[in-house]
Design a protein around this ligand. Structure first.
Ligand SMILES: Cc1cc2nc3c(=O)[nH]c(=O)nc-3n(C[C@H](O)[C@H](O)[C@H](O)COP(=O)(O)OP(=O)(O)OC[C@H]3O[C@@H](n4cnc5c(N)ncnc54)[C@H](O)[C@@H]3O)c2cc1C
Length: 338
C-alpha cells in the first residue's frame, strides 16, 4: 500500500543516488553494517537491473581531511579490503589536484532508486496498491487490517510491515524517528565533470544515461526536523558552495549552467533514528506479534534497504539471519528496549 499515486515517490524519488561504504579507522559497527548492506544491494543490482542504464559499478572517490583518512591497521593496498588511499594518477583522472587526500572505494555505485524499486515490485507475489493512505491499523482475531481515513479497509493480512519513512512515526510513536529534509541540484549534459562519483562533504554524480542527455546530480543539504519538500534558493547556493569545496573544476562548469538557467532542484525527507542506524523489528519492541517496521534508512537507503528486508524476512520465517547476531541486533528495534 502506498499513499502516493505511484511507487518511489518519497525520498526514493531521488533522481540518482550513491551507494558507498562507511569507513573508519577502527572498522566501527556502522562501517561493517554498511559493507554488509552494500553486499546485499549489489546482488540485487547485478541480477535485476541493467548495468550502465539503471546503475553502474562506478566506484567512488571520497575526499577526506588527512586526519580522517586513517584506515584500519590490517588493511592494505592489495586488499581484500575494497577501499584504499587514492593515488596521484587516480586523483588526476578525477580532475583533482594530485596532492588531495582521498580514499578510493572500488565497491561503490550510482543507482537510480526508482528503477530498483520498480524491479522489486515486479517480483512474483507482489501487488501494489497506489493511492492507498493508511490512517489506522487494527487487529481482529489475529488478522491485521489497514484502514483509510474514512474507515474503509484497504487490505488484510497475517503480517504487516510499516515502511513509510518518517510517516512511520504516526504508527510507532515510541520510536526515536527524526525527519531530515534534503535538497539536491541536477541537470543534463554538462561537460568537464569527473568520470566517476566524488563524495565527502557532499557528493557529485555525473554521466548517468538519461533520455535527454547524460544526467548529473550534486548535493545535498541536511535540515533536521524539517518535512518540507518546497525548493529553496538558499539550498541551491549551499549546494554550489559544497561542490566548490568538493571539486572546483566541476563547480565552475555547473555555475555556468546555473547562469543559463539549466539547473533543477529536488527535495525529499529522510528518516533518521537516534543512533543513525536503521530500525527493523516490532513497532512496539515489547509486542513481537504486532506490526513490524522497516525504516530510518537515513542517508543510506541504497546501502540498507535490501539488507533490512532480508533481515525482516529471516526473522519472520525463522531462517538463518543474513548477519551475525550482534550486527542484526544493531538494526533491530528491540535494541531500544535494552
Ligand atoms: C536529498 C536526498 C539525497 C539522498 N541521497 C542518497 C544517496 O545518494 N544514497 C542513498 O543511499 N540514499 C540517499 N538518500 C536517502 C534515501 O533516499 C532514503 O534512505 C530512502 O529513499 C528511504 O526509503 P524508504 O522506502 O524508507 O522511504 P520513502 O522512499 O520516503 O518511502 C516512504 C513511502 O511511504 C509512503 N507513505 C507514507 N505514509 C503513508 C501512509 N500513511 N500510508 C501509505 N503509504 C504511506 C509514501 O508515500 C512513500 O512512498 C537521500 C535522501 C535525500 C532526501
Amino acid at each position: 500500500l502506498d499513499a502516493a499515486p505511484r511507487a518511489a515517490s518519497g525520498a526514493s524519488a531521488l533522481p540518482v543516488g550513491l551507494m558507498a561504504p562507511h569507513v573508519s579507522p577502527d572498522d566501527a559497527l556502522l562501517s561493517r553494517l554498511s559493507r554488509a548492506g552494500i553486499r546485499a544491494t549489489w546482488w540485487q543490482l547485478a541480477h535485476l537491473l541493467d548495468e550502465g542504464q539503471d546503475w553502474a559499478a562506478s566506484g567512488t572517490m571520497e575526499r577526506r581531511t588527512a586526519f580522517k583518512a586513517r584506515l584500519p591497521d590490517t588493511w592494505s593496498a592489495e586488499g581484500p579490503n575494497e577501499t584504499w588511499h587514492a593515488v596521484a594518477g587516480q586523483l588526476l583522472g578525477a580532475g583533482l589536484d594530485p596532492a588531495t587526500t582521498a580514499l578510493w572505494h572500488a565497491r561503490a555505485a550510482w543507482v537510480r532508486p526508482s528503477r530498483l524499486v520498480a524491479a522489486w515490485l515486479a517480483q512474483p507475489g507482489i501487488r501494489l496498491l497506489p493511492g492507498a493512505q493508511v490512517a489506522r491499523i487494527g487487529n481482529d482475531q489475529g488478522q491485521w487490517s489497514a484502514f483509510d481515513a474514512e474507515g474503509r479497509c484497504l487490505a488484510k493480512g497475517d503480517r504487516i510491515v510499516i515502511a513509510a519513512g518518517y510517516a512511520t512515526s504516526a504508527f510507532a510513536p515510541g520510536l526515536p524517528l527524526q525527519a531530515v529534509r534534503g535538497q539536491v541540484m541536477y541537470g543534463h549534459g554538462a561537460t568537464g565533470l569527473p568520470p566517476h562519483p566524488i563524495n565527502g562533504d557532499g557528493h557529485l554524480i555525473a554521466h548517468v544515461p538519461d533520455g535527454i542527455g547524460p544526467l548529473w546530480l550534486a548535493g545535498s543539504t541536511y535540515d533536521r526536523d524539517s518535512r518540507s519538500t518546497a525548493l529553496r534558493d538558499d539550498d541551491m547556493r549551499d549546494n554550489l558552495a559544497r561542490i566548490e569545496r568538493l571539486h572546483p573544476a566541476a563547480a565552475r562548469a555547473l555555475q555556468n549552467r546555473q547562469a543559463h538557467g539549466q539547473m533543477q532542484a529536488w527535495a525529499g525527507v529522510r528518516c533518521a533514528s537516534g543512533d543513525r542506524r536503521p530500525l527493523v523489528g516490532p513497532a512496539d519492541p515489547m509486542q513481537p506479534q504486532g506490526p513490524w517496521v522497516c525504516t530510518a534508512l537515513g542517508s543510506r537507503g541504497l546501502s540498507f534497504a535490501a539488507l533490512c528486508a532480508e533481515l525482516l524476512a529471516a526473522h519472520w520465517h525463522g531462517e538463518p539471519l543474513p548477519l551475525p547476531a550482534t550486527m542484526a541486533r544493531a538494526l533491530d528495534t528491540r535494541r531500544l528496549s535494552g
